[in-house]
Design a protein around this ligand. Structure first.
Ligand code: MG
Length: 283
């Protein structure tokens, strides 16, 4: 693929991400894929989906894991339910994430992504130490599948994420950088964060958001908005990606599954914006 191919988050079955028809209609050449439901993680699904991708000229660049019981209703609920951090479900989700990695291998994809959850702030705590062990176990499994893990950003500050990656100390742990999440979760100014973590970034989301009120950041969500309408600053974002030497796909994420018509319109607009900025910046 040439530098900065446009991408979009898509799904095999119902749920998060856009329907594959949208990918085809908009002529988007790459996708990140939300993992299908457990029953559909099999060879037949993989073969059929790969045929669809080949037919449409689409490359799958990363498969994202997600788990039953996760809720992004508000920041507190997200902290309690998302990723490998919640201790009650940690072991079973580790097992499921390994299965997702195996499914990604069937698709020939060399990266699996996830929201690991809110990494505990106390690095001396048992929960933090155990999370390091669980992450290493996942990384070893993923490595046997010749894959890397990309951690989605936003649920911790850039500094804490760097600390965690250093503590895990494995050579196949990287970052999927999402600038809007830094704003939504109130975890830091996204461009500054991108500069800090840049050397670990292997995939990214193009998503936009506006900040919560200054005295409520980190407690109330910011608002996700169409690309270009928020506080990220898309031109600065792309120029910063250029500065850190990022060559991978520009994967648009627009999660408004309740309004597929608006979602498709927003993604179409995002494609135009990114293509125009890309030609300015790379010329
Ligand atoms: Mg994202």
């Amino acid at each position: 693929m040439s530098k900065w191919p446009i991408g979009v988050f898509a799904s095999v079955d119902a749920g998060l991400g856009v329907h594959f028809d949208v990918v085809k209609d908009l002529g988007i050449p790459s996708i990140q894929l939300h993992t299908p439901h457990r029953d559909n993680r099999n060879e037949q699904t993989a073969t059929e989906f790969l045929a669809k991708c080949a037919d449409a000229g689409v490359t799958i660049t990363c498969v994202f894991g997600g788990f039953e019981g996760e809720s992004y209703a508000d920041i507190e609920t997200t902290a309690r339910t998302v990723g490998l951090v919640p201790e009650d479900t940690r072991a079973e989700r580790l097992q499921e994430m390994k299965e997702i990695s195996d499914f990604a291998r069937l698709l020939g994809v060399d990266a699996v992504g996830l929201h690991i959850g809110f990494v505990p702030e106390d690095t001396q705590s048992d929960s933090y130490r155990n999370l390091i062990d669980v992450t290493r176990e996942l990384l070893d499994h993923v490595k046997a599948n010749e894959q890397n893990v990309h951690l989605e950003t936003g649920q911790e500050t850039a500094d804490h994420l760097l600390h965690f990656i250093a503590d895990v100390d494995r050579d196949n742990l990287y970052i999927n950088f999402d600038p809007a999440n830094m704003i939504l979760y109130g975890t830091g100014e996204p461009i500054e964060a991108l500069r800090k973590v840049g050397q670990h970034v292997r995939s990214i989301h193009c998503k936009d958001a506006t900040w919560a009120a200054a005295d409520r950041r980190g407690q109330d969500w910011g608002a996700e908005v169409a690309l270009g309408d928020g506080d990220v600053g898309m031109e600065t974002y792309l120029r910063t990606l250029q500065d850190i030497g990022y060559d991978g796909p520009l994967t648009i994420e627009r999660e408004i599954p309740e309004d597929p018509v608006q979602q498709k319109a927003d993604i179409g607009k995002a494609v135009s914006l990114l293509e125009s900025l890309r030609s300015q910046i790379l010329s």
